[in-house]
Design a protein around this ligand. Structure first.
Ligand SMILES: [Zn+2]
Length: 142
């Protein structure tokens, strides 16, 4: 959101830093049918700034589902957790691929609430992972 506040140079920095994949669902920009966004991890509406430390590279779906949320409910415990923060948190600490690599499983409260809120296993993503897996392009490397 608020793409206009981010210069082309900062956009390039954020995309390159993320290796051109969504920092939430890890989908590569190259294979995505939708556009990617420079996302404010702490939303502007909640006082987040447009400095690179508050920006993440996100696919249109993750960006839309995250919207201005900063917390969500863990579907397992019913407790509220803050959402995954791509700048402060390591993805593999909070998420893991399912055995067939088609689904992202939250392995912490932060991971589970983020996977649910951002719908990290929405059908389009699962279908894309299935196709990329057949081509040897999924799951993405570290
Ligand atoms: Zn995504």
């Amino acid at each position: 959101m608020a793409e206009s506040r981010v210069s082309a140079a900062v956009r390039r920095l954020v995309a390159d830093r993320a290796a051109h994949r969504c920092e939430y669902c890890l989908a590569l920009e190259t294979f995505s049918p939708g556009g990617y966004c420079i996302e404010h991890v702490m939303p502007v509406a909640a006082g987040g700034g447009s400095e690179p430390a508050n920006l993440a590279f996100a696919c249109a779906g993750c960006n839309a589902f995250k919207s201005d949320k900063t917390t969500a409910v863990d579907p397992v415990t019913g407790r509220s957790f803050r959402l995954f923060h791509p700048r402060r948190d390591r993805w593999a600490r909070h998420f893991a691929w399912s055995a067939d690599t088609l689904r992202i499983d939250g392995i912490t409260g932060i991971g589970r609430c983020s996977a649910a809120a951002l719908k990290l296993n929405r059908p389009a993503l699962v279908n894309l992972r299935r196709l990329l897996f057949r081509e040897g392009l999924h799951p993405p490397g570290p």
